[in-house]
Design a protein around this ligand. Structure first.
Ligand SMILES: Nc1nc2c(c(=O)[nH]1)N[C@H]1C(S)=C(S)[C@@H](COP(=O)(O)OP(=O)(O)OC[C@H]3O[C@@H](n4cnc5c(=O)[nH]c(N)nc54)[C@H](O)[C@@H]3O)O[C@H]1N2
Ligand SMILES: Nc1nc2c(c(=O)[nH]1)N[C@H]1C(S)=C(S)[C@@H](COP(=O)(O)OP(=O)(O)OC[C@H]3O[C@@H](n4cnc5c(=O)[nH]c(N)nc54)[C@H](O)[C@@H]3O)O[C@H]1N2
Ligand code: SF4
Ligand SMILES: [Mo]
Length: 705
């Protein structure tokens, strides 16, 4: 039997963006993928995949895969559907949308998509072209890292990050509210090498995470107090003469103002705010000032707080004050996302004369409110049609109880394009079957490294599944839209975007043919590339903006500040059985709510739990393994208590991304999380979540895995 080897890309929202090698067997029944490995030739992947994606073939060939379009035949949310043909599904979608657009206008249609795949074609193009042409409501895509993006751009001008390899040169590496051992596993190889070469590893996280377990120093501040901590460090840098004035004079504005701001943040005061020892804060400042190169690595979890924007601003200023930006092995490692920007018009064609202006933006963190409250949408029409793809908002978006109520509306026509009957798909009027990454073409730009990977389809679509772009091309045709850029196939679209983006320096020498031939291609950066080493900062002043006039113009604080989020006052009680701060971060074995159907991963993760410090558990009469109710005014759910001293007192932890069906009560942690927006860029605030925890009194069935 003939066996072919195909080069692909992991589509998930993970900074590693691994290269995949897929072995495909050409049998009598057609092509079948028989093995999937990390690409040996990919310099980040180096031949191994994380535990989540190792069994990707079981996901591709999972018995619960959706293989035909479905029409709802029971109550919304029940999950009763009958199979229909694509022609029927397309005709119904076209008829319903045409009527809604005619009576209420494009604003009544909302596309909702996020991180099922990060591909240029299946995410970026599929999230823009058709919706621009229809004049649909725009989606403010701020669920993940909007505040950090805005904060880092305000400070440094762009999200550039060092080469992953240069982590090996750090002498001090601070993982600040970031858990790469679970969320960016391939960076751990470089971190371990750095440690072997004498780098000290510091982790700042209210939990002793997998990453913290091997750190030289772990500090566990109270959640959302990190800006205060950073300001205290700045104050100590000044007091101890550690500020790199020659660097700042040349490359930064606002240092004097920032130092003045920081002076009231004494170690003593900040010890009370953060719950850390004053000496520990001084010790951290000294380590940072003495051990250079010094790098701070953050991701997006840190800033999911009401004060997340200012928090990241404060942290981002630290390496600048020590002159570490632009130094090999030093600086800020957030994301490489701005190294290469795809040509926006080629991606979305928003400026095409056929496209009406976008009538309004709907913040994805406010989906429940947008579906249920007229005041949320101002003067505009209510949302009458929702098209969800590559996302599972009923499980992954905040205040999920409100989303469930909105999705249950009878006068909402919901289409969900999915591989599985997720919590969201159960509410659909029409479900469309989606291809997996093995069945679709795409191009992936890593955000934790500087590589581009072409994902070639390895096998034909399973059943009648279609890719995001192919489904939307078919809808465009059913609506009678005939712009060539809505008809073009995936390869034509990718070629068009590559050609239109060719002036980007990072794309020098990269074209479609080369991607086909090589699979993974390094961006064209100098061998000795270090971000900002040239002293060029794409901010309005051309310098690092410790003081940022652009923020002041938006009515925001131009200097990093510490204001506790409204839900988490600085005087959070740690006595009695009062509220706890519930952090709901990444699970080790799932990626958001994707891959939850995989039985091995369910076994690895076990039933959905809430981690509690022994003191907090004892105060509430809760024992390890006991069923508890976790709730607040938004909603509640039942979880299994895990009593552990890996979490600081006053804080609880439960992983994000479980499907409701994993729990006894059909709910997941997002029934409690806030849909309030952060101080910057409409950011989500999942972790600024105050909950009450108590032993469940009723006799509950054990949760399913
Ligand atoms: N295994 C796995 N990997 C993933 C994902 C996944 O679901 N599973 N999701 C992917 C996605 S979409 C993203 S955005 C990234 C996120 O990647 P990370 O940011 O690394 O992961 P998170 O778990 O969201 O958050 C990191 C840590 O922030 C801590 N934290 C929360 N609040 C605070 C605070 O106020 N201060 C400090 N110092 N720390 C705080 C949490 O305890 C948590 O350990 O991971 C990606 N990778
Ligand atoms: N409590 C809490 N909740 C959080 C967070 C948190 O920290 N705490 N983090 C948030 C973050 S960082 C993020 S990024 C969001 C992620 O939230 P979402 O973007 O909604 O991600 P998932 O929940 O993984 O849902 C993705 C869905 O896309 C489907 N899918 C995969 N590939 C394809 C494809 O090619 N086509 C189509 N049509 N579908 C596909 C998968 O089956 C899956 O059901 O979650 C957020 N939710
Ligand atoms: S989830 Fe991340 S680490 Fe795992 S295979 Fe995908 S890109 Fe690699
Ligand atoms: Mo994310």
């Amino acid at each position: 039997m003939a066996v072919r080897s195909i080069h692909g890309a992991c589509p998930h929202d993970c900074p590693d963006t691994c290269g995949l090698t897929i072995e495909v067997e050409e049998g009598r029944a057609g092509a079948r993928a028989r093995a999937l490995r990390g690409a040996a030739s990919h310099s980040t992947t180096r031949g191994w995949l994380c535990t989540k994606v190792r069994d990707y073939l079981d996901w591709v060939y999972h018995p619960e895969r959706l293989l035909t379009p479905l029409r709802r035949c029971g109550k919304k949310g029940k999950g009763d559907f009958t199979p229909i043909s694509w022609d029927e599904a397309l005709a119904e979608i076209a008829a319903r949308w045409t009527a809604i657009l005619a009576t209420e206008g494009g604003a009544a249609l909302l596309p909702y998509s996020y991180s099922g795949t990060l591909g240029l074609l299946q995410m970026s193009v599929a999230s823009s072209r058709l919706w621009n042409r229809l004049g649909a409501s725009g989606l403010e895509r701020s669920i993940c890292g909007a505040a950090a993006e805005a904060a880092v751009r305000a400070t440094l001008g762009a999200r550039f990050a060092p080469r992953l390899d240069d982590l090996r040169r750090c002498k001090l590496l601070v993982l600040w509210g970031h858990n790469p051992a679970s969320t960016a596993p391939h960076s751990m190889a470089a971190i371990r090498e750095a440690q072997r070469a004498g780098c000290e590893l510091v982790v700042i996280d209210p939990r002793r995470t997998r990453s913290a377990k091997t750190a030289d120093l772990h500090l566990a501040p109270r959640p959302a107090t990190d800006a205060a901590l950073a300001l205290a460090l700045i104050h100590i840098f000044e007091a101890e003469g550690a500020i790199d004035w020659p660097y700042l004079h040349q490359h930064a504005i606002g240092a004097e103002e920032l130092l003045a701001r920081a002076r009231s943040f004494t170690a003593e005061r900040v010890a009370a705010i953060t719950g850390l020892e004053g000496e520990a804060i001084v010790d951290l400042a000294r380590r940072m000032a003495r051990r250079k190169p010094m790098m701070i690595k953050i991701a997006d979890g840190l800033q999911r707080h009401g004060n997340g924007g200012q928090l990241v601003r404060a942290v981002a200023c630290l390496p600048a004050l020590l002159g570490q930006i632009g130094k090999r092995g030093g600086g800020l490692f957030y994301t490489t996302s701005d190294t290469l920007r795809w040509n926006r018009d080629a991606v979305g064609h928003a400026d095409d004369p056929a496209c009406p202006p976008t009538p309004r933006m709907v913040n994805m963190n406010r989906l429940g409110a947008a579906l249920t409250s007229s005041s949320e949408l101002g003067d505009g029409p209510p949302i009458r049609a929702l098209y969800v793809f590559g996302a599972n908002p009923a499980a992954s978006a905040p205040n999920a109880g409100l989303i469930a109520r909105g999705l249950a509306r009878d006068n909402l026509f919901t289409v969900v394009h999915e591989l599985f009957l997720t919590d969201t798909a159960r509410y659909a009027d029409i479900v469309l079957p989606a291809t997996s990454q093995l069945e679709q073409l795409d191009l992936h730009k890593g955000y934790g490294h500087h590589q581009l990977t072409l994902n070639q389809p390895a096998i034909p679509p399973r059943g009648e599944a279609r890719s995001n772009w192919d489904a939307q091309r078919a809808i465009a045709a059913a609506l009678g839209l005939d712009e060539p850029w809505l008809r073009a196939d995936g390869e034509q679209v990718l070629r068009e975007i590559l050609a239109a983006s060719a002036s980007q320096p990072a794309l020098a020498g990269v074209d479609y043919q080369r991607l086909v031939a090589e699979g993974t291609v390094e961006m064209a950066l100098a061998d000795d590339y270090v971000p900002f080493a040239d002293g060029v900062f794409p901010t309005p002043s051309g310098k690092i903006e410790l003081y940022c006039e652009g923020l002041a113009e938006q009515g925001l604080d131009p200097l990093p500040a510490h204001h506790p989020p409204s839900e988490l006052a600085d005087d959070q009680p740690t006595e009695g059985a009062g509220p706890l701060v519930l952090i709901s971060g990444a699970a080790h074995a799932f990626i958001n709510s994707s891959l939850v159907p995989l039985a091995r991963l369910q076994r690895l993760e076990g039933p959905p739990t809430v981690e509690l410090h022994p003191n907090d558990a004892a105060r509430r009469g809760i024992e390890d393994g006991q069923h508890v109710r976790v709730y607040n005014e938004r909603g509640g759910l039942e979880l299994v208590a895990r009593v552990t001293d890996t979490i600081r007192p006053g804080v609880a932890f439960s992983t994000k991304g479980r499907w409701g069906r994993c729990s006894t009560d059909g709910r997941n942690v997002n029934w409690t999380t806030p849909d309030a927006l952060a101080d910057l860029a409409g950011q989500s605030t999942f972790h600024s979540n105050q909950v009450w925890v108590e032993a469940a009194t009723e006799d509950l069935k054990p949760p399913r895995g």
